[in-house]
Each structure stands twice: as structure tokens, then as C-alpha cells.
Design a binder for this molecule. Structure first.
Ligand code: ACO
Length: 319
């Protein structure tokens, strides 16, 4: 039976850095408030004219390099994003042509902060079904364009960036592979985290959030999704080498670790440096931990996420 494995990772953050103190110049906030409530020290913000596809393309080039393959090998491109360059065409099509990937299936997935694991699961299914042999999966966002920069309760939380995985078909004898994913959505919670507009409403609006409701749901839903995906694949908590969670805020990440009874030194956290980059947080954090040598081949890794919708879930893999 065919399975898929991650053969390359890459990430890109815009050059411009905005610190908490920079925000405090124009907002009634402070470095102390932001660090203590959400663990964020700074965020990267896309320059004027720098679009989601530009970040995605840079992350993808680095993932191709890391995988040591050329663009011709790719036969599926999926971009998880809530902030596409255009309503259409899909950002994935822009990435495909910019990288010189031969015509192939290329589309965007919209599941907000859970988007990357939705996209990864889709690519895994394409590969398992034999419809694809090598997929480029990207989480890329310019969340800064969706924010009300006068609303201190939301604008301090987010940043821009992109991360990419290359998934390749492998046989089931290879222990390195995606074991499985659990995904969920419940639109009953749409008012807890949303933008007031969208293309069919003729305006896009800005991001709104009920912070307390999101906090509780994020910890509980991500923990349950991990329990389910571990049970499906007969993996015990003690077998986990790394948790690479969606980076929403440090207290959510610590709450999750506490609930799972996992020490924080098994959890990858990049929230301080990257802030919340929505669909890009997991591949960005993963890239950091691969490149600094913490994540190694053979490690058992679980990647939980939760976002607007609500959407949530978890992917389990052996790297
Ligand atoms: N600086 C200073 N004060 C602030 C700021 C800020 N940036 N933001 C809010 N406050 C103030 C509020 O105005 C309020 O003041 P008031 O008491 O005078 O009215 C006070 O802080 C408390 O506000 P609450 O909203 O009640 O604060 P809470 O304790 O809930 O903390 C927080 C807010 C940190 C956002 C928390 O709810 C949280 O962590 N929620 C999770 C949300 C999250 O991480 N979202 C990310 C996106 S969703 C996702 O990725 C899953």
C-alpha cells in the first residue's frame, strides 16, 4: 500500500519585524501585557505589495531545495490560506506557474488556522489513492491585511508568513510516513472567530474574536483530536517525540501540554517570534525544529490545529 512521507520543508517570513513596543506607539497596549497574556514578542509583517503568493513561493523554493528535487517532480499543489491574492484564481495556481511546476492539480484550501492540516490530509489522500506521487503543500498568510489595527484585542495576536512541506509517495515498509489525520468542523461557533465580510457580501471586513471562547475550545478540541488520532493508530502518549501545535498563543499551547500531561520540552513553540500566522504556523514551527536539529528522522510527531469555523483536528506522522 502507498503511503506519503515528508521529504522536504521550507519557510519564509517577511523582512519587516514589528515588536510589541512598536505597537505600543499607536495602541493602548504594552510589551508586558502581550508577552504575559499570549507569549508574543514580535511578528513579521508583509511589505506593501508583498502578497500571500510571494511568501508561499519563497517557502516552496526552500522546501524543494531541502527535498533535493526539481519543480518538475511535483504533480499536486495545495495552498492553505485565508488571505489569497485573489478571490480567483487560486493562490496554488500562481505558485505552480511561478515555480515552473508542470500543469497539475492546484487549488486552495480554506480552513483558517486548521488549513495546513486539512491541506496535508488532502495531499496524503491524493497520494494514497495513487492520483499524485509528489505534492507541494503550503500554509501561507498575510493576516495583517485582515486586521483592524485599532483593535488592541486582536491586532497584537497575528503575523504574516509561509511554510511548505513536500510529500512523496512511499511504500508501507517505510516507517517514515503520515499515519493519519482527524479533522472536524462545527459552524455553530462561527461568531466566535470571523471576519464580517467575504466576496459574496461585496466587502471583506476585519477579524473579530471572542477570546475566552476561542481559548477554551482550542485547548479542549486540540487535545481531543490528538487522543483520537493516537487511538486510531495505536500510538501511546509516551511514544510522542514532538507536538508541533498551531501557534495561537503560548497559554493555549501550555494548556494543551498540561491536558496531555506532556512536558513542554516536547512541544515546539515559535509563537514568541512568529505570532499567529494562521495556516502557516505549523509548517513554520516545524521548519525551525527540523533546521535546528530537534526534529529528526524517525521521530513520532503530532500536529494539532484549531481555527475559525470552528475547524480543528490533528495529524500524526513519523518524520
Ligand atoms: N493590551 C492591553 N490590554 C488589552 C489588550 C492589549 N493588547 N487586549 C485586550 N486588553 C484589555 C481588554 O480591553 C480588557 O480591558 P477592560 O478590562 O478594561 O475591559 C482586558 O484587557 C481583559 O480583556 P479580556 O478580553 O477579558 O482578556 P482575556 O483575559 O480574555 O485575555 C486574550 C484576552 C489574551 C486574547 C485571551 O482571551 C486569549 O488568549 N484568547 C485566545 C485567543 C487567541 O489566541 N486567538 C488567536 C486566534 S484563534 C486561533 O488561532 C485558534
Amino acid at each position: 500500500m502507498v503511503a506519503s512521507k515528508v521529504i522536504g520543508v521550507g519557510a519564509y517570513l517577511p523582512e519587516k519585524i514589528v515588536t510589541n513596543n512598536d505597537l505600543a506607539q499607536t495602541l493602548e497596549t504594552s510589551d508586558e501585557w502581550i508577552r504575559s497574556r499570549v507569549g508574543i514578542a514580535k511578528r513579521h509583517i508583509a511589505a506593501e505589495g508583498e502578497l500571500t503568493s510571494h511568501l508561499a513561493i519563497k517557502a516552496a523554493r526552500l522546501a524543494l531545495e531541502h527535498a533535493q528535487i526539481t519543480p518538475e517532480a511535483i504533480d499536486l499543489v495545495i495552498v492553505a490560506t485565508t488571505t489569497p491574492d485573489y478571490t480567483f484564481p487560486a493562490t496554488a495556481a500562481l505558485v505552480q506557474t511561478a515555480l515552473g511546476i508542470p500543469p497539475c492539480a492546484a487549488f486552495d484550501v480554506q480552513a483558517v488556522c486548521s488549513g495546513f492540516i486539512y491541506a496535508l490530509n488532502t495531499a496524503d489522500m491524493y497520494i494514497k489513492s495513487g492520483q499524485s506521487t509528489c505534492a507541494l503543500v503550503i500554509g501561507a498568510e498575510t493576516m495583517s491585511r485582515l486586521l483592524d489595527w485599532t483593535d488592541r484585542s486582536t491586532c497584537v495576536l497575528f503575523g504574516d508568513g509561509a511554510g511548505a512541506f513536500i510529500l512523496k509517495a512511499t511504500d508501507s515498509k517505510d516507517t517514515s510516513r503520515i499515519l493519519g489525520t482527524k479533522l472536524y468542523a462545527d459552524g455553530a461557533f462561527k461568531d466566535a472567530l470571523y471576519t464580517q465580510g467575504g466576496a459574496s457580501q461585496g466587502h471583506f471586513g476585519t477579524l473579530h474574536m471572542n477570546g475566552k471562547e476561542v481559548f477554551k475550545a482550542a485547548v479542549v478540541n486540540m487535545a481531543k483530536a490528538i487522543d483520537c488520532v493516537l487511538a486510531d493508530h495505536h500510538v501511546k502518549d509516551a511514544d510522542i517525540d514532538w507536538v508541533v501545535p498551531h501557534q495561537a498563543n503560548q497559554r493555549i499551547i501550555e494548556g494543551l501540554a498540561e491536558r496531555l500531561k506532556l512536558p513542554m520540552d516536547k512541544v515546539i513553540s515559535t509563537i514568541a517570534e512568529h505570532a499567529n500566522t494562521s495556516a502557516a504556523t505549523i509548517p513554520l514551527a516545524f521548519d525551525v525544529a527540523v533546521k535546528d536539529g530537534r526534529i529528526k528522522r524517525g521521530d513520532v510527531i503530532v500536529m494539532p490545529a484549531m481555527g475559525g469555523g470552528f475547524t480543528w483536528g490533528a495529524t500524526l506522522m513519523v518524520y
